[in-house]
Design a protein around this ligand. Structure first.
Ligand SMILES: Nc1ncnc2c1ncn2[C@@H]1O[C@H](COP(=O)(O)OP(=O)(O)OP(=O)(O)O)[C@@H](O)[C@H]1O
Length: 606
């Protein structure tokens, strides 16, 4: 998959794309460039000042010395002020560009097809958003400000130098490209190595994240040492790669510095010979040697920072691999549910026509799951989906939500194609997964996030309908109680009730529900089931059923096996068929048959 194996974008392409992030801040960006002229004055002035002072000393003129000192002090005060402003603009522009590209990556990570997200690790995505994006923007700034400035310095120094001795100035300038090219031998290796390093860093981050998230399992199974060994092993692989990069960087830096030194010595010898013949003053010789360094330095600097650019290109590749993934569906996302329409003649609430679907796997292979399934659900129906583990129940629900896109066939909700009108169709769905995800924040925020423009009364009413009001009111801060990460400070039943409250608040006409299998105590289970029954009332529901009461109450049961609908009908009809449903019933449900008679009564909507 593209995002997992970085592609090599061309340098001009990356530069153009990254520079587009500077457009909104063009004024600050250009000001920061213009203010660099103060630095230019300082760098060139340093050589000129030395020349003036030495020649003034030789002429023994006190007035000239005082004037030169005053001018130097005033100019350097102005330069320092300009440089402070320049630094401010550069910093502000760079950090805003970094935040913009990070925001774009963050937004993109919410919009790329879910099928593709599943093959990536969240640690890897985090690394691209936090680290790689910052490095890529840092590179643009380094190219524009550092490399650009050095080229300008080279040009101005050359003009100044040429006035003294045009041939030696040409020799100094002409040798610059040799210095630059002496480091290019390492570019490709450096970029490849940097990409490997960023990938390895992301893997380490993922490992760390997984270990922290799975802390309960790690401790329960005493896996601390195993995981530490794995971490150390991976860290060592990263160390090796970083060592190789340090050696390469050292070779790159020293090779260009060596070539530069040779050329400098040759030029200094030539100008010294000219001075011995009496054609040049001592001050001019000094200024010449300093300015010669200024002509040469940009090439040394470019050669060395070009190595940094190669490293950052590796990071930029990883950033653009994500930004270039097309969004899921054909529109944007809308969290707004819709309560309209619904039954008009002949329109199904949910319809699957000839749906084929293959899951991609992390290694890029694909295995066919659905090969042409059909299902029509009329408004108001409750469809219970049952089937053995791995038969495709969750995948079916995710296809209906538009999280996965069928390879062939169409899925429509109230007559609108999910693929073509993702935004509109999602607005008609509420999905309640088996293990609801709660965000850090207050209970109020966790309920309210499913709909906008909600009042406190709406939230309280939703919590009441979900059977959550009682436990929330017993908490010290009520609806303002802060939840731990993933709602870890709530029990399983309480988390489910928060998720059901969200669904009430969202109030969408089609409910996709994955009943929880996790064991709740009798009381919690009774409340959750009551709330779910109430939620399903008057809605069209597709439910992955794990409870006998749900299947018995359903308008229709569909039985999935290896991605195919193998049986369909009511509980009684399917039992009579004595097929897979009857088999599943005997394994899963029959033990609770005795209890259900009582339960069904107690679980009816209030
Ligand atoms: N993201 C995925 N990538 C690759 N294969 C997947 C992916 N998700 C599910 N599968 C495979 O697709 C098949 C159906 O999985 P699915 O989760 O839909 O089954 P299920 O009926 O919901 O199972 P269970 O009852 O155990 O939750 C399984 O063989 C599973 O291994």
């Amino acid at each position: 998959m593209k995002a997992n194996s970085p592609s090599n974008h061309t340098f001009p392409y990356i530069l153009r794309k990254l520079m587009s992030y500077a457009v909104p801040y063009r004024i600050g960006f250009i000001l920061a460039i213009l203010l660099l002229s103060a630095k230019l004055v300082m760098d060139i002035g340093f050589a000129v000042v030395q020349q003036v002072f030495i020649d003034t000393i030789n002429s023994s003129s006190m007035d000239s010395l005082m004037r030169a000192t005053f001018i130097c002090a005033t100019v350097s005060a102005i330069i320092i002020c300009c440089l402070m402003v320049q630094y401010y603009f550069r910093f502000v522009v760079q950090s805003r560009m970094s935040w913009d590209i990070r925001a774009k990556l963050f937004d993109k990570s919410q919009r790329i097809p879910f099928r593709q997200v599943q093959t990536m690790h969240s640690g890897d995505l985090t690394s691209r958003i936090n680290k790689d994006a910052g490095m890529a923007i840092g590179m643009v700034n380094s190219i524009v400000y550092d490399l650009g400035y050095n080229l300008l310095l080279c040009f101005v120094s050359f003009i100044y130098l040429a006035q003294m001795d045009v041939w030696i100035a040409l020799l100094a300038l002409g040798s610059g490209p040799i210095v630059f090219l002496s480091g290019r031998f390492f570019d490709r290796k450096l970029r490849k190595l940097s990409t490997e390093i960023y990938k390895k860093e992301a893997e380490l981050r993922s490992l760390l994240q997984e270990t922290l998230q799975g802390m309960k399992v790690v401790r329960a199974f005493a896996l601390e040492d195993t995981l530490l060994n794995r971490y150390v092993l991976e860290r060592e692989k990263l160390n090796q790669l970083q060592r190789k990069r340090t050696i390469l960087n050292g070779l790159l830096w020293q090779s260009s510095a060596f070539v530069n030194n040779l050329i400098m010595v040759a030029c200094a010898g030539l100008i010294a010979m000219s001075a011995m013949r009496g054609g040049t003053t001592t001050g001019e010789v000094l200024a010449f040697i300093i300015l010669m360094g200024r002509v040469q330095w940009p090439f040394v600097h470019m050669s060395q920072t070009w190595g940094g650019v190669q490293e950052a290109l590796g990071a930029a590749d990883r950033v653009f691999d994500i930004l270039e993934i097309p969004n899921e569906g054909k529109g944007g996302l809308s969290p707004e549910p819709t309560t309209f329409p619904l039954a008009s003649a002949g329109i199904f609430a949910l319809s699957l026509e000839n749906v084929h679907y293959k899951h991609p796997s992390v290694d890029g292979s694909e295995s066919s799951l659905f090969s042409g399934i059909h299902l029509n659900v009329s408004p108001g129906e409750t469809i219970a989906v049952v089937g053995p583990s791995g038969s495709g129940k969750t995948t079916l629900v995710r296809l209906c939500c538009g999280l996965y896109e069928p390879d062939i066939g169409t899925i429509s909700i109230y007559g609108k194609s999910v693929q073509d009108q993702l935004e509109e169709t999602r607005a008609m769905i509420t999905y309640v997964p088996q293990n609801p995800y709660l965000f850090s924040g207050t209970i109020r925020d966790n309920i309210a996030f499913s709909a906008s423009d909600t009042t406190d009364e709406d939230i309280q009413e939703a919590a009441r309908l979900a059977g959550a009001e009682e436990f929330i009111s017993k908490m010290p801060a009520g609806f303002d109680t802060l939840l731990g990460e993933h709602g870890s400070t709530l029990s399983g039943g309480q988390r489910q009730r928060i998720a059901i409250a969200r669904a009430f608040l969202r109030n969408a006409p089609l409910l996709l529900l994955d009943e929880a299998t996790s064991a709740l105590d009798n009381e919690s289970e009774r409340i959750v089931q009551q709330s779910l029954d109430l939620l399903m009332k008057d809605r069209t529901t597709l439910v992955i059923a794990h409870r006998l009461s749900t299947v018995r109450e359903a308008s229709r049961i569909i039985v999935l096996d290896q991605g195919a609908i193998v049986e369909e009908g009511s509980h009684e009809v399917l039992l009579e068929m004595n097929g897979l449903y009857a088999e599943l019933y005997n394994i899963q449900f029959s033990t609770s048959e005795a209890e259900v008679k009582d339960d069904v009564q107690s679980m009816l909507p209030v």
